[in-house]
Design a protein around this ligand. Structure first.
Ligand SMILES: Nc1ncnc2c1ncn2[C@@H]1O[C@H](COP(=O)(O)OP(=O)(O)OP(=O)(O)O)[C@@H](O)[C@H]1O
Length: 222
């Protein structure tokens, strides 16, 4: 559904190098890599938010709906949750349904600042789902959540993906264990400039950790 042919991205210095990859319907990709290596930069490029990267670098995006869960919830604080959803074309019972799907039934009249971090993130996830995404981009969705909240959100994401088997996901995370829980593919971004090293065979508990070890070894041998 998507072919990446990104030639690179500099911010005063080269950050991303060449990134070539395919994403198919149903792919569940965890994107890992050292802090500051370029993971958000890559998500922004895929989403089409980085105007310095030509549209031709992401073939197929025009035909897709992309839902992007940013690190911050980016809901408008002066609008209630239902008013935020209205901005993306969902209102009435459909908005209530969407909030219920993310465990926020009864909260449609709340303002974002009245929610906990985890709830606000789920509200932002509801806004992503409102566009009926073919591709869901999640940038560190579990950051700063306590383990209970984080596990709840992981279960929710898995349920959404199970309910929409054609939906693809790329989830940036720093926790290798998330690969076993969420992913059927692993991307590892590293190097200066950063390149993508990936391997599809991540099924099997503990396998991701092994692959990441191998990828790091390969990289340090470069
Ligand atoms: N708009 C920008 N202007 C200047 N530099 C930027 C910009 N966006 C990103 N960078 C730089 O590019 C590099 C990669 O940033 P990016 O946010 O993509 O990393 P990351 O892998 O997502 O990091 P983290 O895991 O800490 O969130 C960093 O050095 C960052 O400072």
């Amino acid at each position: 559904m998507l072919e990446l042919d990104i030639r690179g991205r500099d911010f005063n210095r080269p950050v991303l190098g060449e990134v070539r990859a395919s994403i198919s319907a149903g792919d569940r990709i965890c994107l890992l890599g050292p802090s500051g290596i370029g993971k958000t930069t890559l998500l922004n490029a895929i989403a089409g938010l980085d105007k310095s990267i030509p549209a031709s670098a992401v073939v197929g995006r025009d035909a897709l709906n992309v839902g992007y869960l940013f690190q911050e919830h980016r809901l408008l604080p002066w609008r209630t949750l239902k008013a935020n959803l209205k901005l993306v074309g969902v209102s009435g019972a459909a908005a209530e349904d969407l909030l219920a799907q993310v465990g926020l039934d009864g909260y449609s009249d709340y303002f974002p600042d009245q929610l906990s971090l985890g709830m606000a993130r789920r509200a932002a996830l509801a806004r992503c789902l409102a566009v009926k995404p073919d591709l869901l981009l999640l940038d560190e969705p579990f950051a700063s959540l306590d383990p209970v909240m984080a596990n709840e959100l992981k279960r929710l994401i898995n349920r959404i993906l199970d309910d929409h088997p054609d939906m693809a996901m790329i989830c940036v995370t720093h926790d290798e264990a998330d690969v076993d829980i969420l992913a059927n593919r692993l991307w590892y971004l590293d190097g200066k400039p950063a390149r993508l090293m990936w391997n599809d065979a991540v099924r099997g508990v503990g396998r991701a950790r092994q692959l990441l070890g191998q990828m790091r070894e390969l990289h340090s041998a470069d």
